[in-house]
Design a protein around this ligand. Structure first.
Ligand SMILES: [Zn+2]
Length: 401
């Protein structure tokens, strides 16, 4: 098994860049670079059956990931995240409802997929340290994989993140600077501090390899359901949108290999307090404008100016998907209901997909008879449980006895 990576390309200006050195964005136009693979070789060497004979998880898809040498792989034992069928929801009669729960991955979120691949590749290409702005989960994953790789990590953390988040990053050996504001301000702070340090930026879409980690979300869905049984729609909580671009890239590569004809419609869910992608979809625009006054809420959903939003919008549109924004009260209510009725402590991001179900049914975006999968991108632990407990004491009637 070896990587079939054969280069990097910019979709905006078609520039090709060699993949054998550390690189950030397109040197020509500043847009995101995407990894390309020798798919002819993949077609002759691989098959879905051969994949399924291997242990599940990120590295099952080794040939279509960018890490060259086996010895470069930095792993915390990423397993395949579970997909579970739920009962028919009262808010969506006739829908066959599934969840896929990335809260079970190392560090409790899909960010483990990204950082397993990005940190492995950064180390392989000789990075001496890495940095990123984060609302929480990406920083924790970078800290953990950085610790495993022996690579110093600096996180510029938005101040809305719960206190436990910074503590977890520091416990994992990362240095953390808390920045007032959103991801926009956190990145500005990073760009003031980092020049001259020889460090590698791991911001969403500003290096090519985190995206390759999110691709495994799509590969796992394909493995789990098969080409004929894939969900009709995948409902995905969207901040930076990397997961959508990753799943779209996975399904596109599977299609190029001749293994897949129809891909799921990708449906973005955002919070009404910060919904630049949904707004751009509604207005038919090719790129999202920065959201002017984002509400400080669900961390991973609050990305007012997603970088390379063109790729996110393209993934949604080309899959036949769409987007919906839901109010924060509905997200909070869904978080409580999902914990109490389903036993799943998901973050506000995951809860947003449940909150979106009813508006999606009303709009006819998902229809009775369809198989719909809600993607839970992370667990509500450790910050979620204390918050839920606090809400219980303030907003729930006590049981009568
Ligand atoms: Zn370019």
């Amino acid at each position: 098994m070896h990587s079939l990576l054969n280069g990097l390309e910019c979709r905006a200006c078609c520039t090709q860049v060699p993949a054998d050195r550390l690189v950030g964005v397109c040197p020509n136009c500043g847009h995101a670079l995407l990894a390309t693979y020798d798919l002819d070789a993949a077609r002759s060497q691989l098959s879905p059956k051969r994949w399924r004979e291997r242990p599940g998880g990120v590295w099952r898809y080794r040939e279509l990931l960018p890490v060259g040498a086996d010895g470069s792989i930095v792993t915390l034992g990423e397993s395949e995240s579970p997909a579970m069928r739920l009962g028919e929801p009262s808010s969506a009669p006739g829908i066959e409802l599934w969840v896929k729960d990335d809260g079970r991955l190392p560090t409790g979120a899909f960010k483990a997929r990204e950082m397993a691949v990005a940190i492995s590749r950064a180390k392989e290409l000789g990075a001496s340290s890495v940095f990123l702005p984060s609302t929480g989960n990406a920083g924790i994953a970078a800290a953990a994989y950085g610790a495993r790789a022996g690579l110093p990590v600096r996180v510029y953390l938005t101040d809305a993140a719960p206190r436990e988040t910074a503590a977890a990053m520091r416990a994992l050996g990362a240095s953390v600077r808390t920045v007032r504001g959103t991801m926009t301000e956190a990145r500005e702070a990073a760009l003031e501090q980092e020049p001259g340090r020889g460090s590698v930026e791991l911001s969403t879409m500003r290096e090519p390899y985190r995206l390759e980690g999110t691709k495994t979300m799509g590969f796992e869905l394909f493995d789990r359901f098969g080409a004929a049984g894939l969900p009709d729609a995948v409902v995905y909580p969207t901040g930076g949108g990397l997961g959508l671009v990753g799943m779209f890239k996975a399904f596109s590569e599977l299609r190029a290999l001749g293994w897949l004809e129809r891909m799921p419609r990708l449906i973005a869910v955002q919070s009404e307090g910060c919904a630049p992608i949904v707004k751009a979809l509604r207005e038919g625009r090719a790129r999202a404008d920065p959201w002017p006054h984002p509400a400080e809420f669900a961390g991973g959903l609050t990305v007012p100016a997603p970088f390379s939003s063109e790729r996110v919008l393209e993934a949604i549109r080309w899959s036949g998907g769409s987007g919906v924004a839901v109010p924060r009260e509905a997200i909070r209510a869904a978080e409580r209901a999902v914990a109490r009725r389903l036993g799943i402590v998901t973050g506000e991001e995951g809860a947003a997909t449940f909150a979106a179900l009813s508006p999606l049914v009303r709009a006819g975006t998902v229809r009775p008879g369809e198989r719909v999968l809600l993607y839970l991108t992370g667990a509500g632990f450790p910050a979620g449980l204390p918050r839920l407990a606090e809400q219980l004491t303030t907003s729930e009637p006590s049981p009568r006895g």
